[in-house]
Design a protein around this ligand. Sequence first.
Ligand code: HEC
Length: 141
Amino acid sequence: MKGLPPILSLVLVAIAGVAAAGAANPARDAILAAFAAAAKQADPAFTGFSADRGHAFWTVAHAGGKPDTPSCTSCHTVDPTAVGQTRAGKQIAPMAVSKTPDRFTDSAKVEKWFGRNCSTVLGRDCTAAEKGDVITYLAGK
Ligand code: HEC
């Protein structure tokens, strides 16, 4: 940044910081903010989402759902940048936001599929904290 006026250097650093934090998107941010409010209401000790928790939740084998799909990765694959597959063999676009930029930007779609898939994999709804962790993990991929 040598030779640039200091204020311009600061602006460039700020832009680089946003880009490094993943693809920011106002619709996705609003969905995350709503899950954060719900998570805080459910648990006053909630302090924010975690990509690491989201990664663990996404990849672990859960109990309580259908035995042939114990994990989110059963259909979405372990590598979120890869194309997934339904049980019927239909392709699923990658969940990583770097590959499919409109992921988690339509709240009706987000709710529909969390509802369906959490019930299939866990036999229960996902909590707001779990949903926010998963989106945070996949938005950074
Ligand atoms: C039985 C296969 C299957 C399993 C298991 C599965 N999914 Fe999905 N998921 C799909 C399909 C099919 C879609 C819709 C197609 C698409 O969005 O490309 C989808 C879409 C989604 C979406 C919508 C994403 C968006 O674009 O907004 C979310 C959120 C999601 N899944 C979360 C999960 C989570 C969390 C788990 C694990 C608890 C999981 N899925 C397990 C098949 C599955």
